[in-house]
Design a protein around this ligand. Sequence first.
Ligand code: PSU
Ligand code: MN
Length: 308
Amino acid sequence: MSSPDRSAVIVSDEVRAAMESREAVVAMETSVVAGGTYPNNLETALAVDRCAREEGAVPARVAVIDGALRVGVSDEELERLAKASDDQKISTRDLAMALHGGRTGGTTVSSALIGTVAAGIRVFAVAGIGGVHRGAEVSFDVSTDLTEFTRSPVAVVCAGAKSMLDPALTLEYLETVGVPVIGYRSDDFPGYYTRSTGRPVPHRLDDLAELAGVAHRHWEAVSPSSVVVTHPIEEEWSIDADLLDTLVEEALREAHEAGATGAALTPFVLSAIAKATDGRSARVNRAVLESTTRLAARLAVAETAVRA
Ligand code: PSU
Ligand code: MN
């Protein structure tokens, strides 16, 4: 079979026009919208979109709307996702069935990258990527985000891997599949809620023009895979690493007892952390998203200068 031609992907007029006139565009997933609590999820998404625009980039949210994979959704579509989506988390394995069923739902990083690549967008923003889960040597729980990275030439800006993951195993996996991980102005691999996991990033760059140049060098000379760019949470929002570790371990135990595994694990652990931090984690989530989106937008501006 030849590769899918992806012609079924629908790119919004605004995103298409921006791409054609070589303006900066930042793609994003929407499971954070579809899986959130209304109206906080909608307000956050609109605020994050404004962050991208303030930094000079057009936001391109990737979502499944009435059985179509859309890149760039209207505010009305965003509201539908926030209020009444059929699915919170459509990942690559679920995408064909969601399209077939005419469903409306949020994309994970993995399925969002499929739309991103189809639209030719080179920069993506997310708070935390999926990765290798703690205990994956038994559960085999490795996010399909990592698989999609191997075939998506996109710079993915994130504040590290989700907190319930194993950062060391995630870095090992990314090394195995040859995906560069570059810390922007930081030497440490961040852990979403916390600025450092105690692991170093393999590479660091302090300049966005250089970062855009290296990403293009990777796509031209090395491989059509993603380049992961890490940008730690701001100091004022950071949660103490030991406290976080205790919360995650507790939440994972509860998840185990409740039988929450696979795709259900992330939502379970996140809501347990929200409870344990008295809702502070919701504000932290927003701060992380805003900060990665701002950096991604600035990187997208720098990328327009080196785009072939
Ligand atoms: N980061 C979070 N919460 C999430 C996700 C990321 O803090 O819910 C979502 C992203 O869409 C990511 C997905 O792509 O979870 C990965 O899920 P899994 O580990 O089941 O592959
Ligand atoms: Mn998983």
